[in-house]
Design a protein around this ligand. Structure first.
Ligand SMILES: Nc1ncnc2c1ncn2[C@@H]1O[C@H](COP(=O)(O)OP(=O)(O)O)[C@@H](O)[C@H]1O
Ligand SMILES: [Mg+2]
Length: 277
């Protein structure tokens, strides 16, 4: 069910970036197997969102190559590229939910990308669609919000509706950008456990950027560390260690966040921090 990803010397540059700016992503090599769950961490501006957009075929590589399954998306004719995009779900940090829309409509729409127009219309009245939407909301503690208007939800509730959409989307790859930024610690842990558990259950490939380092390390078997557009490490989470984290977040220590207090060995003042003498 999941899809494999491969980057070879692939770098990214935003079309609007000034010509002299460093690239959002320096060329990198990366291979993610179908069904793998990978977390991306690093201080803000590191390139996490750019990497997710590159993987979502929303940002074209400025150099190098990208394979999604067997295909090189950017070599495909437009129509095929669109079809391939229908197999991916990119959940942005702030879900672009139309304000006057009801939650139920936002959720039903998640099922549509792979369907044609008439089939999509049929979906809206299909028996069972309501139950599925309700069950997806329930997983994120929002069962009572099915008919609520999106603009009456809090930021955290909206973010969880964005995640519930992932459950309903017929996607083989979930790309989730800082899914927990508006959630309190307890909700963060629950939401992440739901997301990772379902990805595993369905065999979907999952790549999530996170600013809660402790959750990245405890819930994902593999972690990528990005800083200033460079891939600093790509390691099993139990091999990352406090020293690498300190280097990754050097001069950005305030961003070394955790859902729960970080373990003492990560925060220890005796840690060697890169760039300090
Ligand atoms: N739309 C954009 N136009 C120009 N530059 C951008 C754009 N989005 C991000 N960047 C730049 O790309 C770099 C990486 O940003 P981003 O991928 O958003 O990092 P992160 O998600 O880790 O905070 C930063 O230097 C940022 O300023
Ligand atoms: Mg970002």
């Amino acid at each position: 069910m999941g899809i494999a990803l491969r980057l070879q010397g692939a770098g990214a540059r935003h079309p609007a970036a000034s010509p002299g700016a460093r690239p959002a992503l320096a060329p990198l090599d990366l291979r993610i197997e179908p069904g793998e769950a990978v977390a991306v961490i690093g201080p803000s501006g590191a390139g996490k969102t750019s990497l997710l957009h590159l993987l979502a075929c929303a940002l074209r590589p400025a150099e190098g190559r990208y394979w999604l399954g067997e295909a090189e998306p950017w070599q495909l004719p437009r129509r095929q590229l669109q079809r391939l995009r229908g197999q991916l779900l990119l959940a942005p940090q702030t879900p672009p939910l139309p304000p006057r829309q009801r939650v139920i409509t936002a959720l039903t729409a998640a099922r549509l990308p792979a369907l044609g127009f008439w089939a999509s219309l049929g979906q809206l009245v299909r028996p069972g669609a309501l139950e599925q939407a309700h069950a997806a909301l329930e997983r994120f503690g929002l069962a009572d919000k099915l008919f609520e208007r999106v603009d009456r939800l809090s930021g955290g509730e909206r973010q969880r509706v964005g995640l519930a959409r992932a459950l309903l989307a017929p996607a083989r790859l979930w790309l989730v950008d800082e899914p927990l930024s508006a959630l309190d610690p307890t909700r963060s842990q629950q939401a992440l456990d739901t997301l990772v558990g379902l990805a595993r259950e369905r065999g979907v490939t999952l790549v999530a950027s996170l600013h809660q380092v402790d959750l990245a390390l405890s819930r994902f078997p593999r972690v990528l560390g990005l800083r200033e557009g460079r891939l600093m490490f790509d390691l099993p989470s139990n091999a990352v260690g406090a020293e690498r984290l300190a280097q990754l977040y050097a001069q950005h220590e305030h961003e070394l966040q955790a859902a729960a207090p970080l373990p003492a060995e990560i925060l220890s003042p005796r840690l060697p921090v890169a760039g300090r003498c």
